[in-house]
Design a protein around this ligand. Sequence first.
Ligand code: ZN
Length: 237
Amino acid sequence: MTNNNDCCGSTPLPISKQIRQRIVEAGGEFVSNKNISEYINTGEMDLLQDELTAKFQEVLETLVIDTENDHNTQDTARRVAKMFLRETFGGRYVPAPKITAFPNIGYENVYTAGPISIRSTCAHHFQNIVGRCWVGIFPEEKVIGLSKFNRLVHWIAERPQIQEEMTTQIADELEKFAETPNVAVVLKAEHHCMTHRGVREHESDMTTAIMRGKFRDDAALKDEFYKLLAGMKGYNS
Ligand SMILES: [Zn+2]
């Protein structure tokens, strides 16, 4: 059994360090857009939330904010800790949504889903990435239900990351769950680190697209996919 305590017996390691230690021992990764749920035991999210609340309180103090006398910020550290762990970055700490694939009874064409809302966070500035995603599948043996695409994309989006890697992760997971290499992902998003700070370029957004399998190899199918997207809600706005 691993000793979770310090060398000298008195102070136990903070829960974040205990989890980090487990990941390192297992040879795993904990970069910002990796899911680490398999290393977190029952009840430890509450401990992480307490630890983060205390740390965020220090951030507020360093910003010279009087949280004692300011009714607006009295409870902010706890709110932000909860929001980071359970919502904004929730996709790091919970396992993948349950996705059932059904047998495909003779459907041999493309199907698409979208727009799926993207609420993510730029890993460089911790600013919002807000946008939409469309996916295409040319199924083989299995099909997956429409709402599952949303759950899967939200789970991946809710991590600090960059858009290119998010798009790749979505394509990887789609391949796995839909059990086919024929997947397409288009993601359009506004980055608040571009629009609300730095160059403050309010009209800029970024589009990333990944075509795999038949979508990459068959020009007519790729063309058909983009024509379908053009007719879908929100694609041209
Ligand atoms: Zn950024």
